[in-house]
Write a protein that binds this ligand. Sequence first.
Ligand code: PGA
Length: 321
Amino acid sequence: MKKKKIIIAANFKMNKTHIEMRKYLESFFKKLKEFGIAGNFNDDMKRSVNIDSNYKSAFAGAEAEIIFAPAFTALNEAYNAIEAHPKFKNIIKLASQNVYYELSGAYTGEISIDMIKAFNCSYAIIGHSERRWIFNENDELIAKKIYAVLNYNKKKDTDNTDNNVHNNTERRCGKLVPILCVGENLEIKKSGKAFDFVAAQLDSALNYSADGSDNINGNINVADDIDIEKLIIAYEPIWAIGTGAPIEPEDGEKMHKFIYEYLTDNYSIKNLSVIYGGSVTEKNIKNLIEKDHIDGVLVGGASLEPQSFFNIYNFAVQTYS
Ligand code: PGA
């Protein structure tokens, strides 16, 4: 059994207006409340995913965190919805789908760390394969974003020692944790080089120093400069994203174990989680989450309906407990 909190994250991509997001969250919170109180699936739900009738409720002691990553335009709505449910604040967090590395200025169309922190985002997804391949984000840009977020956290440490904690009314509380996405395409998978490719993606994202651009392939890494307190890696093989064909759980376990060991051997990261993304549904969550090194999931398509995302969360918690 895993010792750390599992992470069940929803990446809404370019879906849902702020009004749709509000309705979604109302419905999701209602299910969460019913689950908390009544504590069980009805028989239809159990049959639909083939679980036995004695499946127990695990909400009360759930060692799981739910992360919602709505579009930027829906972050405020999501923030307000979570604020209105203080009971859920410990288990439900927000993530931005992207963030820019400069702190402010003339960068039309971009969004800064302060802007997403103002909506109390705890996480920022960085380097999603759709950003890499559709929007041409390269390794250097991704490395700069990771560096900027870690550097922001370092500055917060300094601020805190000076007793200069950010004012809560500005809602800029807490640090920002990167969710760094990595994963190979089908061609790389077929060539048998997925492990090397993922290791190179990790290195390039974590090897950037603000004082020189040629550190990308060099030997200065952010861990030398900044101790990484918390990092989430989302392993999302491109061939599995949105295809309905997720990774085989055994293959997922191998890659997750590799990522975990590679990072703990080469970097200093206090709190590392490696989550999986790519066609996760309520039907396959159980087999994925029961693997030792799969610390959670990042869900795209199957997160768009509150019921199916709720089922994913519910099955994950029950498998885990
Ligand atoms: P998917 O997307 O669940 O629709 O495959 C996952 C992701 O891209 O994060």
